[in-house]
Design a protein around this ligand. Structure first.
Ligand code: WQD
Length: 313
């Protein structure tokens, strides 16, 4: 059994990581400012430290925690995650995502915590010239959000090299699904929740273009179930406990699913038609973003076990 400090643990992904860590026999303490996180996602017996990463007293919060409990490592998910918002208010993203990661690294070091799992994104690649995209692919993010995730990775890597931390950065592709309604992504602007909402409201979901160079003309993405993603964090934690330091790893399924295929999967799962309309392409959307997920399989022994049907259900 080990204990992990989980930042952003009251969020959509964080609450699934929390459940997976506990299911695997680990313990976790959550650090969350509840700006978007919900206490309703946390089991009663989980300790919540309600703090902002940018508080000057963060190192003291962690030092106090490590006096009371043995903390083996940090799983750092707390961040802002909207691509369009990051274009509108880029400094908020630099401040919270890069500044927050730097603050967390310093606080962890002050408290003597030497393992760091960092939540990264496929957005670090930007326009991809290879299909599927492997970790060596050039990282040229096209949004401030992607830039801050990449800068965070750099900070973690450089600090780890200088201080002898072990680390990994998990580059999530398109995360979807939930373990339960209570843990679902609220108010999401991503495709799967929007398609589900269209079934419930009868208002059509917009399909952003059907003239892309793909088999059915709609964009391809690599959708990964949030419970599979959560298990990738457990595998990462185990590797770090063994003293390994895997670096950057894609978390995807190696499979492209089109917007229309997502719609068909939801129709199948719900037994009702999905109202949709084809509209213009969304500026900035790449035609396809699919992971080469072979490194994580080799290094962590992790593979996704749930498909698009489970995410649509
Ligand atoms: C998926 C597909 C759209 C909405 C973004 C970020 C990424 C990550 C996940 C991180 C695309 C199409 C969507 C709609 C549609 N963010 N679509 N109608 O853009 O692939 O990835 O979210 O934390 O970094 O870039 O995700 O869910 O917005 O879109 O047709 O109303 O669905 O064109 O092909 P995206 P998405």
């Amino acid at each position: 059994m080990s204990t992990w400090l989980l930042t952003g643990g009251a969020g959509y992904i964080g609450s699934h990581v929390l459940a997976a860590l506990r299911a695997a026999g680990h313990d976790a303490v959550v650090l969350d400012d509840l700006s978007t996180g919900l206490t309703s996602r946390l089991p009663d017996d989980v300790e919540l430290l309600r703090h902002d990463l940018l508080e000057p007293g963060l190192p003291d919060v962690l030092t106090d925690l490590t006096r009371r409990r043995d903390v083996d490592g940090v799983v750092h998910l707390a961040a802002k995650k909207s691509v369009p918002e990051s274009v509108a208010v880029p400094l908020d993203y630099y401040e919270h995502n890069v500044g927050g990661t730097v603050a967390m690294l310093r606080a962890a070091a002050t408290a003597g915590i030497g393992r760091f799992v960092y939540s990264s994104s496929a957005a670090v690649y930007g326009e991809t010239s290879a299909e599927p995209v492997a970790e060596e692919h050039p990282t040229l993010p096209t949004s401030p959000y992607g830039e801050t995730k990449l800068a965070g990775e750099w900070a973690v890597r450089r600090y780890a090299e200088a201080e002898g931390l072990v680390w990994t950065a998990l580059r999530y592709f398109n995360v979807a699904g939930s373990a339960s309604a209570a843990l679902a992504d609220r108010g999401a602007t991503n495709l799967l929740p929007l398609v589900m909402r269209a079934v419930d409201t009868g208002r059509p979901v917009q399909v952003f273009g059907d003239d892309w160079p793909t088999p059915d003309g709609t964009c391809l993405r690599d959708y990964v179930h949030v419970e599979d993603l959560a298990e990738a964090h457990v595998a990462a934690a185990a590797a770090l406990l063994e003293g390994r330091s895997p670096g950057a790893l894609n978390v995807g399924r190696n499979e492209g699913t089109s917007v229309l295929e997502v719609i068909r999967a939801v129709e199948e799962a719900r037994g009702r038609p999905v109202p949709y309309e084809i509209v213009a392409r969304r500026p900035g959307d790449p035609a396809r973003v699919v992971a080469d997920a072979s490194r994580i399989a080799t290094v962590l022994g992790w593979r996704a076990s749930r498909g698009i049907a489970a995410m649509a259900g």
